[in-house]
Design a protein. Structure first.
Length: 196
């Protein structure tokens, strides 16, 4: 899908997204991601890249009521729902490759089931590295298909090895990985190196 087609798809889906069956899986995924995000106590500023309707941010708000929560997504329809359901967070329309966040201001960044929609994953991951403070934590969850299937479908889906490589190439230090949902989803936990 192109960026414009992706946005149009998610804008159409936004009114019923919260009721979709996929949510029970995303809730489990988000819980694991937030566990990984809390390695150093409660985050001060958490950003969610590709936040959709803000479901992960609502779970984060319940855990860390004092944290500043920012959701970023290119689909305005999804953000309209997120603003209504998640009043304690701020939301902005943004693509992963162009985040409207000052450098070094977030201590945690997350992205769940979004990267395979990005037109330029490398640029998006570098942007996330830019907005994280030194020593900040990044938790990425995305579809991870077997190599033969990635070749067969020729989509934006990546293998698990490709996801880990992309995160490392963006300047992160990989600290963990875990597969979920019959191995088709990979959660990669990584840290931005502390300043030398």
């Amino acid at each position: 899908m192109s960026d414009a087609r992706d946005r149009a798809h998610f804008n159409r889906w936004s009114s019923t997204y919260e009721e979709s069956r996929i949510q029970k899986y995303l809730d489990r995924l988000h819980e694991l991601m937030l566990d990984q995000a809390a390695w150093n106590g409660a985050p001060r500023h958490l950003i969610d890249v590709g936040c959709g309707t803000g479901r992960l941010l609502r779970q984060a708000a319940a855990r860390w009521p004092a944290a500043v929560l920012t959701g970023l997504d290119p689909a305005g329809g999804m953000l309209a729902v997120a603003r209504r359901l998640t009043p304690g967070a701020s939301f902005q329309i943004a693509r992963a490759a162009q985040l409207p966040i000052a450098a070094g201001t977030a201590d945690v960044a997350v992205s769940s089931a979004s990267l395979h929609h990005w037109s330029d994953p490398v640029a998006g991951l570098r942007e996330i590295a830019r907005v994280l403070c030194p020593g900040g934590r990044f938790v990425l969850a995305d579809i991870a298909v077997p190599r033969w299937l990635a070749w067969l479908v020729r989509s934006r889906a990546h293998t698990g090895e490709d996801l880990v490589r992309l995160v490392a190439e963006a300047g992160f230090r990989i600290v963990g990985g875990r597969r979920l949902f019959a191995g088709l989803m990979l959660v990669v936990t990584a840290d931005k190196p502390a300043a030398a």
